[in-house]
Write a protein that binds this ligand. Structure first.
Ligand code: NAD
Length: 370
């Protein structure tokens, strides 16, 4: 057994969070056994579970646990029937999620979109556009650009009219650090990076392209191409199989990552990673499914645990550099799908080989495949 112990804060949250987290932790433990890895998993309440247990969406003890951990595995938070009953700044998404993002300086968001051939029916594109399956990683800058640039205000023009101002601003170091995340991720994949910008119109786009090109020289094994964002949005629909890693600034990434996500057909299949500071050995990361708490199906053994389980794979790969273990999780998910197991969100009545299963059975099949 390797001497290192990986400390993981597991915050399941609300709605389907605890159900899918249970399966993800079973997978993590199975990986620990198979690869002789030591994981110290500590569970703590967050969201409404935090408010009920300790009066706050992010209880002090939960935040302290996160500070003392190597990474956070997160479920999801928020309940639409309870959220409106408390002030906005105390609601789970703001008080827990945004707080954690800020506290840990999470500047890079990674959203992989994988559509195995067996799930072609779940994709809105015609099969001939899906090739041998879609496999894209959107890397989005998370703390700069138009969403945070100053000045940001609405002015009264005095004649009954107003003027709204948002400022798009990036500095060289901000672009450099996200570019490194993108190129490193491409190295772990098919070694192609498409950098998205609007260099034909925006000063930010010109600087983005210059800096990404310069950083790219440090990664000669990764093929770099540049694409204007409007063309990128179109190409994602026309020929998604051309993409490996797609690198975007904050707002373009917000839009394109959702567009790419639609290709996978269900939120239940989509994990995400938000990365912070990197040390020589590991990167602090926050790993969560792309979807929310799905109150419509919570507590009914209906939720797809795959997004949460693939979040474990991302954590192993991007925080701990445990690529073989991450590959084993991805492969086990692939095997369960290939065996025909489908939760309701990815089930098609026309697929005769498919069998509808619940959260537990899907999780158990993935554990068995490890
Ligand atoms: P949602 O993502 O929870 O649900 C949208 C639809 O997708 C629902 O039909 C749901 O059943 C389905 N779905 C989502 N995950 C699924 C899974 N794993 N398996 C099967 N089906 C799945 O979005 P919503 O309904 O708009 O939001 C519900 C609550 O979640 C709200 O309180 C919202 O604020 C919160 N939310 C939290 C996060 C987060 O914690 N990061 C993200 C989004 C929404």
């Amino acid at each position: 057994m390797s001497s290192k112990t990986y400390r993981i804060a597991a915050l399941a949250g609300d709605g389907i969070g605890p159900e899918v987290m249970r399966e993800a932790l079973n997978v993590l433990r199975a990986i620990g056994t198979r690869f002789s890895l030591s994981f110290e998993i500590t569970e703590a309440p967050v969201g409404w579970a935090g408010i009920d247990a300790a009066g706050k969406a992010l209880p002090d003890a939960t935040l302290e646990l996160c500070r003392n951990s190597d990474s956070i595995l997160f479920g999801s938070v928020g309940l639409p029937d309870r959220d409106p009953t408390i002030p906005k700044d105390q609601r789970p998404e703001r008080a827990a999620l945004l707080r954690i993002r800020k506290e840990f300086g999470l500047f890079a968001n990674l959203r992989p979109v994988q559509l195995p051939k067996a799930l072609a029916h779940a994709c809105p594109l015609r099969p001939e556009r899906q090739g041998d399956g879609i496999d894209i990683l959107v890397v989005r800058e998370l703390t700069g650009g138009m969403y945070f640039g100053q000045p940001k205000k609405t002015e009264d023009l005095g004649n009954g009219q107003q003027r709204a101002i948002d400022t798009m601003v990036y500095t060289t170091p901000e672009i450099e650090r996200i570019a490194h995340v993108g190129f490193k991720a491409a190295r772990l994949r098919r070694k192609k990076l498409t950098s998205i910008d609007k260099a034909n119109v925006l000063e930010n786009g010109v600087l983005w392209r210059e800096v990404v090109t310069r950083v790219g020289k440090e990664y000669p094994d990764v093929a770099l191409e540049h694409m204007f964002v409007d063309n990128g949005a179109m190409q994602l629909m026309l020929r998604p199989t051309q993409f490996d890693v797609v690198l975007c600034e904050n707002m373009f990434g917000d839009i394109l990552s959702d567009e790419a996500a639609a290709l996978a057909g269900s939120l239940g299949m989509l994990p995400s990673a938000s990365l912070g500071a990197t040390s020589a050995e590991q990167t602090f990361g926050f790993y969560e499914p792309a979807g929310g708490t799905a109150p419509d199906i919570a507590g009914k053994d209906l939720a797809n645990p795959i997004a949460q389980i693939l979040s474990v794979a991302l954590m192993l790969r991007y925080s701990f550099g445990l690529n073989a273990a991450a590959d084993a999780v991805d492969a086990a998910v692939g095997k369960a799908i290939a065996q025909g197991l489908r939760t309701g969100d990815i089930h098609s009545a026309t697929d005769a080989a498919a069998r509808r299963v619940g959260t537990r059975e899907m999780g158990a099949a993935i554990v068995a495949a490890i």
